[in-house]
Write a protein that binds this ligand. Structure first.
Ligand SMILES: [Zn+2]
Length: 292
């Protein structure tokens, strides 16, 4: 995985202090290209100064950050099975008021807003704990296919859709995380609409076509892809996009929230997955930093 990520930021981070330092540097780098603060003609600020300015905006809440994560609960959408919702939460102790003070939960890795590590679909690819901070921070390219998906719930994002996006916004940024907005996240509170099963129980929701996935991993230099449905593949399509994207050492993000709030270009993604040793994926907290 690391061999195919962009060489724009150096990495190796063995401990928590270094990781914190990297996060700080990454945010500085991400934010420094977007500084709109007045410039002093006599002494233009360095990139570091501009980045620090942006970082301060992040800390004081004036740099918009969108949470792209659905809350986990036993009522949330899930991959249908005879055993029902696989997520459970048990209160272990509570305050006198009845409020929870501690609980325990159980969940599959691929449930809720989550990441498919590359190993998920293809043997020999990185596990979730192999993914580095460099893998997990990147520019967002948002492809809005909500109109097509509203007209056809089996819609598959095509190579032509990506080329159309690039005709407007330019070639996909190096190291982009390409997010497909289908409109499905707005159905999150209605599981029947979200899974959209027909009379035979077959689900209908949109996804990336295998060809689109292949273009992204073979013709562009991306970090990963994501979508606001249960799977990056359309429900009727099998798992072709899974195999080709994971097979190139790239990850997927599924059940992503709030993509309707993200611009097509200019936002930055922070992916923070649970770090399960040798895990095939797991729940993530996703944040989009959206400079003005
Ligand atoms: Zn998946």
């Amino acid at each position: 995985m690391t061999s195919s990520t962009p060489p724009t930021r150096a990495v190796p981070i063995p401990d928590a202090a270094r990781l914190l330092q990297l996060i700080t540097v990454a945010v500085l780098v991400l934010a420094s290209g977007c500084n709109t603060a007045p410039q002093d003609d006599a002494a233009p600020p360095t990139d570091h100064a501009a980045g620090a300015d942006r970082l301060q905006q992040l800390f004081d809440g004036t740099l918009p950050v969108i949470d792209l994560t659905h809350a986990l609960s036993p009522e949330g959408p899930h991959w249908p099975s005879d055993s029902g919702n696989p997520f459970s939460y048990e209160v272990r102790s509570a305050h006198d008021s009845g409020a929870v003070s501690m609980g325990a939960y159980s969940t599959p890795e691929h449930h809720g807003t989550h990441i498919d590590a590359p190993i998920h679909s293809v043997d020999g690819q990185p596990d979730v704990d192999d993914l580095t901070a460099q893998d997990l921070f990147g520019p967002i390219a948002l492809i809005d296919a909500s109109a097509q998906c509203a007209a056809d719930p089996d819609y598959q994002l095509s190579v032509e859709d990506i080329q159309t996006w690039e005709a407007t916004h330019g070639t996909l940024p190096q190291g982009a995380v390409v997010l497909m907005y289908t409109g499905w996240s707005l159905k999150w509170d209605d599981f029947d609409a979200y899974k959209n099963q027909d009379d035979e129980g077959r689900m209908h929701f949109p996804g990336f076509s295998e060809g689109a996935g292949r273009l992204l991993v073979e013709g562009r230099n991306i970090r990963g892809i994501g979508i606001d449905t249960l799977s990056v593949d359309a429900a009727v399509a099998g798992f072709g996009a899974h195999r080709v994207v994971n097979g190139h050492g790239k990850y997927h993000l599924e059940n992503v929230a709030n993509l309707h709030q993200i611009p097509a270009i200019g936002a930055y993604l922070i992916v923070a997955p649970i770090k399960i040793k040798d895990g095939s994926g797991g729940q993530v907290r996703l944040f989009a930093v959206v400079p003005d």
